[in-house]
Design a protein around this ligand. Structure first.
Ligand code: UGY
Ligand code: MN
Length: 250
């Protein structure tokens, strides 16, 4: 099936199970949100599904702007140009540019052209003695990549700073054709995942799914997971996980 697949007689690769969701573009439904102007949102995952964060794709018309949020906000530009105004400065982001806006930081996000961005929001879980999180604005191309468990065919970029102030991580993972995770992971962290390039096979729970650019996946806590890249080009995804907080909230 390709990107423009039709729902022939109700068929789709999208699938919802108790611990995961595969959501393919043919099933995306757009909605407006309060305060946003000329932006439509695909709300991929939200607390309504049992997640402790929200991930959306924001589709801007030129001049469109986001509304406010009560939570922390992470924005990764997929295409087009977007400005982020915060702390008295304006920052222009193109594809691969990203921003982390700590909870409560006044800001504006305005599209200069038609644009799309991955948008992740999570209520902040403060930790005693931890410093407060800092505003981040950066391009993914400036971030150095490391080989996951020494595998040079699987390169990871950590987009968020790592430290006790931060309660989530967002990484990109790039797999050379044929590369795969070295283990089936089963962990407490949940994931929001957007396929940015290429494709392969994702194991989620007891199911194996063909996935490709444009697909979204939510993995709940302890969802068994594994990915192998297939095809002649690298597969790349953007992946969120909750991080560095005690499960009992202490
Ligand atoms: O960071 C992670 O847990 C990552 N390796 N998971 C994944 O790619 N499904
Ligand atoms: Mn994982």
């Amino acid at each position: 099936m390709n990107h423009k697949e039709l729902n022939f007689l109700g068929a789709t690769r999208s699938c919802l199970k108790h611990d995961h969701l595969l959501q393919t573009p043919d099933t995306f439904v757009r909605t407006p949100l309060p305060g946003a102007v000329n932006v439509e949102f695909v709300i991929h995952v939200a607390p309504q599904l049992g997640a402790e964060f929200t991930q959306m794709t924001a589709e801007f018309k030129a001049g469109g702007r986001l509304g406010p949020t009560l939570a922390q906000r992470f924005l990764y530009v997929l295409d087009g140009e977007i400005t982020v105004e915060a702390k008295g400065a304006e920052h222009k982001l193109a594809s691969g540019g990203y921003a982390y806006l700590p909870q409560g930081l006044p800001h504006a996000v305005i599209a200069l052209t038609d644009a799309r961005a991955a948008l992740i929001e999570k209520p902040y879980e403060p930790e005693s003695d931890a410093p407060t999180p800092e505003f981040v604005i950066r391009a993914e191309s400036e971030v150095s990549a490391t080989a996951l468990m020494g595998d040079e065919d699987l390169m990871v970029k950590c987009l968020m700073p790592d430290g006790p102030a931060y309660d989530f991580a967002v990484n990109t993972m790039t797999y050379a054709p044929g590369a795969g995770l070295s283990m089936v992971e089963v962990h407490i962290m949940e994931h929001g995942l957007l396929m940015l390039e290429g494709g392969g096979i994702y194991r989620l729970g007891d199911s194996w799914y063909p996935v490709q650019v444009g697909d979204f996946i939510w993995m709940g806590p302890y969802c068994p997971q594994w990915f192998g890249a297939i095809g002649k080009h690298p597969a790349k995804y953007l992946i969120y996980k909750d991080w560095r907080r005690h499960p009992l909230g202490v």
